[in-house]
Design a protein around this ligand. Structure first.
Ligand SMILES: [Zn+2]
Length: 413
């Protein structure tokens, strides 16, 4: 079955000048042609969707989310404060809502088990295409080690789909990487520093793992064909993560403090996933130590994004949502514009650049021949007002692999 979107302004994700009165031809799950309507043709019996006055953009991508997280409280994170079935259904609703806002691909940075990916692939629940990390690998005391302030470990039942992710020493680190891959990890997530919300005593500039442990993690991940996404905010843990050759730096708030780091990222092609959204949230955190850390890092973070842009470091949009609830994922695109990206750059950070960050650039991220037909039809032009992407009423149509999975059209154009 061939369908054609006609009349919309095409913003294809490549950075090319928008094409007014365009057409996008879809055959099954793929795009077969996209460009000026007058230059394209299609069979007479094709299904035509009139999208005049609208803008069509690639399906959006969040490169750092935690879809199964529903709060920072330990009881919540351990799954103690509600039945597992209730929590899973809550997660399924987040998946559906995320897709309906035009997010057709999400890289989950930990906490979402492989069963959700199976459920989406089998059509049991609606949701984005998923790239899973399963769990965050850290040493004892790192952010993957979820103990109470009194030092107690979790008492919840062991879940083989969310295996223990604490490892000490290169051999144990290799073993945990293999365990994550066995549990369905598409990408390996690690943390070489603390964060804003981590326990007092393990903050943004405090390191986790030795260089030898990090190198073992990267070597084993790459040997198994997995990229490494590394939570690293600043200090020696950030520098040695780059030395060890991780593929993406998540957060990277203090990259501006050492002028050589972003240069090294540009040369190595290391992606920068700033996740501004989570730090805007943490500036209002009820925990004083979290609030203080977030306020201190924010100006550095914005300076890091600006410098990265100047040096050509590839940037991908990620919200780090979950702990702080599940706000609209496009908040990150808005914050990237506020940090200095043009609307076109911010849109590419959530489409083409994010697809490259995930290694999916030949499948998704742009509206080009042979890509999967992941498309969003926006009422209005997000390049004129990026906040349109936050308004459900403006996200009129969402296609994932050629199938319409959200349709909010009320009046024909
Ligand atoms: Zn995260």
């Amino acid at each position: 079955m061939i369908s054609v979107l006609t009349g919309a302004t095409l913003v294809d994700g490549t950075g090319a000048t928008p094409v007014p009165d365009a057409a996008v031809v879809i055959d099954g799950d793929r795009i077969t042609a996209a460009g000026p309507r007058a230059a394209l043709s299609w069979p007479a019996d094709a299904q035509v969707v009139d999208a005049r006055g609208r803008t069509v953009i690639p399906g959006l991508i969040d490169a750092h989310d935690h879809l199964a997280s529903h709060g920072y409280g330990l009881a919540t994170r351990w799954g103690l404060d509600e039945p597992a079935s209730t929590a899973h259904l809550r997660t399924a609703r987040v998946l559906a809502e995320t897709l309906a806002m035009g997010y057709t691909t999400v890289r989950d940075g930990g906490g979402l088990d492989a069963g959700f990916k199976l459920a989406v692939e089998q059509g049991l629940i609606p949701g984005p295409r998923l790239v899973l990390a399963v769990q965050i690998i850290s040493p004892t005391g790192g952010i993957g080690d979820r103990v109470t302030p009194s030092g107690h470990d979790c008492c919840a039942a062991y879940d083989p789909l969310l295996p223990d992710s604490v490892a000490n020493g290169p051999d144990a680190v290799r073993d945990v990487v293999r365990t994550m891959v066995r549990a369905g990890a598409d990408v390996i997530k690690t943390a070489t520093t603390g964060g804003a919300s981590s326990r007092p005593g393990h903050g943004p500039l405090d390191a986790a793992f030795t260089l030898g442990e990090r190198e073992a993690l990267v070597a084993e991940s790459h040997a198994l064909g997995r990229r490494v996404m590394c939570h690293a905010l600043g200090g020696p843990g950030l520098r040695t993560a780059l030395e060890a050759g991780v593929d993406t730096i998540e957060h990277g708030c203090y990259l501006d403090e050492d002028p050589t780091l972003l240069g090294q990222m540009a040369v190595q092609g290391t992606f920068f996933v700033p996740t501004l959204t989570v730090y805007v949230y943490h500036r209002e955190s009820p925990s004083p130590h979290v609030r203080e850390r977030a306020a201190a890092l924010y100006p550095h973070h914005v300076a890091s994004v600006r410098r990265a842009l100047e040096l050509g470091v590839p940037i991908a949009a990620g919200t780090d949502a979950g702990g702080h609830g599940h706000p609209r994922n496009a908040l990150e695109v808005k914050y990237l514009v506020e940090a200095g990206l043009s609307p076109m750059q911010a849109l590419r950070a959530a489409t083409q650049w994010a697809a490259r960050c995930l290694g999916l650039e030949h499948q998704v991220g742009t509206i080009e021949k042979d890509r999967l037909a992941d498309l969003v039809v926006v009422n209005g032009n997000p390049l004129d007002d990026i906040t349109l992407l936050l308004d459900p009423a403006r996200i009129e149509l969402v296609y994932k692999s050629g199938v319409i999975c959200a349709d909010r059209r009320v009046t024909p154009p």
